[in-house]
Every structure is written in C-alpha cells, then in structure tokens.
Design a protein around this ligand. Structure first.
Ligand code: MN
Length: 259
C-alpha cells in the first residue's frame, strides 16, 4: 500500500458533477497527490449517514472522470461519509490526511447545513481526526466553477496548517472571480430549511424539496453575506454534548418509583 498522504476529494452530488472536477483541480494545485472517492449517484441530503449499507458490502468501482486524467478516482455506491470512512481506513489503497468536499451545486448556509451531505462528509473527516473543507457554489444551476476552484485552493492551503479536525464551510457566489465582493468570516444564519413535501396521489410516494427562505437573514450571517456577493467562511464544530445538571436525578427518581 502506498504511504503517500493524499487529499481526499468527495462530494454529495456524485461522480458526474462538474463541482467534483472543480474541487479536485483545487486540491491538485497544492502539489499534493489527490484521491477522488465520491458517490456513484446524487446523495444530496445524506448528511453524515454511513447507512444503509448493502449486506453484501459497499461497491467501489474505479472511474475515469473527464477532466481528471491521471487522478485515482473511485465511485462509491453509498453516501459520501462512507467514502470518507473507507478512505480514512486505507480501504482505497492510499492514506489521506485532508478532506475536501464539494463543490456542491447550491449553497450550504445556515443551520440547515445539518442535512447537507457535502458538510456531512467534512464533519465525518473531522470526526476521524482530519481537517476538512466543505465548499458550495450558490445557485440552482451555477456556472462559475473556476471561482470556486480558486477559493477552495486558498481554503485548503489554510487548512493544511490548521489543527487537525478543523472544518471550514465555505460558500461561493456564482460570479467571476473579479466580481466577488470579498471574503468574510461569518456565523451560520439561524434559519433552517423549510421542507416542501409533495405527495400525489394520496397515499403514494412523496418527493421532498428543501426550500430556503430568507426574507431577511440576520445581517453578518453566512446567508446574508453570500446574498451580498461575498465568499463566506464558517468554522463548523461537530457534534457537541455536555452534562445537563439535574436531569439524571429526575430520571433516577422516576425509575425508583417504577421499581
Ligand atoms: Mn449536493
């Protein structure tokens, strides 16, 4: 097994997404070897899921991605976090020491990043001790992937020197590089996604869309600044938990009454 340490490039839009190529190019610009391992199909909304996994095992197939000649690339039949775990465990034939996830088609701002497979892959990398970048390009059908490549390359350079486990969530407006308003550190906006569920006929399957509504996102948040044309940078903390004094006592008393 090769001992070179690679940048793992993944996404949640699948191996056919132009965003994956844009991000792999950013990673390659650091003059470090790159390993691409991304879902074989669209896994948007997968968050950090590592299931379901088929009983026979997760299929991993080598793929040739147009625009990424010479880059070792795999399609993983599952959610992006599965690709991250597999790479971290050395199952893809290389060691990885940095995770880059994206470039997602559409922004990942506000607390609804909870649902994002792009962000979930980055947080999974951090959970496994690696620093990670999640990067998204605003708009439903964005075109300025070159802008995202430049921003991602700069963010990855910064992450190389950051403490292990650091996660950056970066959103890029869909404009040419010389048209961005600037770059801003930004907290997550507080709104979540509004889920629109469509079901017809009654009792049949439903489709669900995550609609983002921000009549007025709080000034200075990622959603507000992105809408103003800035690249936004947010450091994400993963799952956190703390003792809630008193609850255990309440439960204990309830249990002793039930005993
Ligand atoms: Mn996506």
């Amino acid at each position: 097994m090769s001992r070179d340490h690679r940048i793992l490039v993944t996404n949640d839009d699948g191996v056919a997404s132009p965003g994956l190529v844009a991000l792999a190019r950013a990673a390659a610009s650091l003059n470090r070897p790159v390993l691409v391992a991304a879902p074989s199909d669209d896994q948007s909304g997968a968050s950090a899921a590592i299931g379901p996994r088929p009983p026979g095992g997760v299929r991993v197939e080598p793929v040739a991605i147009p625009g990424l000649d010479g880059v070792t690339s795999y399609a993983v039949d599952g959610a992006p976090a599965i690709a991250v775990v597999a790479a971290r465990l050395g199952e893809l034939g290389h060691h990885v020491d940095l995770v880059a996830s994206g470039v997602n088609i559409g922004q990942n701002t506000g607390s609804s990043v909870l649902h994002s497979g792009t962000v979930g892959a980055a947080l999974t990398g951090a959970h496994l001790g690696l620093s990670a970048l999640a990067v998204s390009l605003a708009g439903r059908d964005p075109s300025h992937f070159d802008t995202a490549t430049e921003v991602a390359a700069a963010a990855l350079e910064w992450l190389v020197g950051a403490p292990a486990g650091t996660v950056l969530n970066v959103n890029v407006p869909d404009v040419a590089l010389d048209r961005i308003a600037g770059v801003r550190d930004a907290p997550l906006a507080s709104f979540g996604a509004v889920q629109t569920a469509l079901r017809e006929p009654e009792g049949g399957p439903f489709t669900m869309r995550l609609e983002f509504t921000w009549p007025d996102p709080e000034p200075g948040t990622d959603a507000a600044l992105l809408a103003e044309g800035f690249v936004t940078v947010t450091r994400l903390a993963g799952v956190a938990g703390e003792a809630e004094p008193g609850v255990a006592g309440v439960l204990e008393r309830a249990l002793s009454r039930a005993a």
